[in-house]
Write a protein that binds this ligand. Structure first.
Ligand code: KIV
Ligand code: ZN
Length: 386
């Protein structure tokens, strides 16, 4: 039987940590409503202690967005946790997400704490969060560079203190899929309490492996994936939500998992996030880039015109697009050109079509993309000359 994977969206928290991105409360609410339509399981709405603006945004989302769990982030201290609790308290299903770093580098240079102090702070933080809400997520920041022995101790203590979700972040995007999958497996084997809670992963994309690492984690028992729309997030970003989701959906034969996501909202969500964040989506971005469903070469165009599955592993409709796009350029063939003419309402006989195609090829040598206006001009001009 297929197991269930929950999608935890952090566009409004880690995504907003993308350099250059700053969303106001109104924009955050718009995005949160769209994420609810997309049917993500959890919306991490922000980091309430960070500013009054962020606190208000999380509070507004908690009050107005129904469906997903609404989470607020908090460091492992009472001040952060109390503020997060206040911000999420009106949510239908509130969650406090508390974290502390567990790697030797972070403990020594950033926290200036011993492992024992980190363990104690984590337990106290989870207990404090639990005094406000039932659903408490605990993250060991920089888990992938932490000592496994210490991680096991920390996770076991956090679960015994009341954590309902254990998150394993690859904070600096350092792990490879093999390593990260095996870390998840080892932790599950060595911490028996992990069976009782959701196992989450949070992968950054510094080496371009955030999605691959998240999928490797699923194959090793992770049940929640943290990700952001368009792959937004600190530095090179987080695992891209649309890529994780469509990989799990398209390769159900391999992963055999179910999701709540309504994939038909993916494209609209990506557009909204890109417009409001001001971070444009590169054309060749998987799933949501302008070229993701565009075909340019004659061979490919002929293929998809005969049978879409020749060059499309998912349908454009499945992410909410109305159709694929055949780009007319110098590599395009007669087949695609004739089809475009027909769509535009021109009915040419064979001889006319041959002539028009010749003129089209001449123009395509001078111009990267031939638009409908170019075709119109080309055909009208030819008709005048006949
Ligand atoms: O990257 C990270 O470790 C985080 C934590 C707060 C989960 O964003
Ligand atoms: Zn992160």
């Amino acid at each position: 039987m297929a197991s269930k994977i929950e999608i935890f969206d952090t566009t409004l928290r880690d995504g907003e940590q993308s350099p250059g991105v700053s969303l106001n409360s109104y924009e955050k609410l718009e995005i949160a409503k769209q994420l609810a339509k997309l049917q993500v399981d959890v919306i991490e709405a922000g980091f309430p202690i960070a500013s009054n603006g962020d606190f208000n945004a999380v509070k507004t989302i908690a009050e107005n967005v129904k469906g997903p769990v609404i989470a607020g982030l908090a460091r492992a201290n009472f001040k952060d946790i109390d503020r997060a609790a206040e911000a999420v308290k009106a949510a239908e299903r509130p969650r406090i997400h508390t974290f502390i770093a567990s790697s030797p580098i972070h403990m020594k240079y950033k926290l200036k704490m011993t492992p024992e102090q980190v363990l104690e702070a984590a337990v106290e933080a989870v207990k404090r969060a639990k005094s406000y809400v039932e659903d408490v997520e605990f993250s060991a920041e920089d888990a992938s560079r932490s000592e496994v022995e210490f991680l096991c101790k920390l996770f076991s203590a956090a679960i015994n203190a009341g954590a309902t979700v254990i998150n394993i972040p690859d904070t600096v995007g350092y792990a490879t899929p093999e390593e990260f999958g095996s870390l998840v497996k080892t932790l599950r084997e060595r911490v028996p309490e992990m069976d009782k809670v959701k196992i989450s992963v949070h992968c950054h994309n510094d080496l371009g492996m955030a999605v691959a690492n998240s999928l490797a984690a699923v194959q090793n028992g992770a049940t929640q994936i943290e990700c952001a729309v368009n792959g937004l997030g600190e530095r090179a970003g987080n695992a891209a939500l649309e890529e994780v989701v469509m990989a799990l959906v398209t390769r159900k034969d391999l992963y055999n998992v179910d999701l709540n996501i309504d994939t038909k909202h993916i494209y609209r969500t990506s557009k909204l996030v890109s417009t409001l964040s001001g971070i444009y989506v590169q054309p060749n971005k998987a799933i949501v880039g302008a070229n993701a469903f565009a075909h340019e070469s004659g061979i490919h165009q002929h293929g998809v015109l005969s049978e879409k599955s020749t060059y499309e592993i998912m349908t454009p409709e499945s992410i909410g697009l109305s159709s694929n796009r055949l780009v007319l350029g110098k590599l395009s063939g007669r087949h695609a050109f004739a089809q475009r003419l027909k769509k535009m309402g021109y009915e040419l006989d064979d001889e006319e079509l041959n002539k028009a195609f010749e003129r089209f090829k001449d123009l395509a040598d001078k111009k990267k993309e031939i638009t409908d206006k170019d075709i119109e001009a080309l055909v009208e001009d030819q008709v005048l000359k006949i």
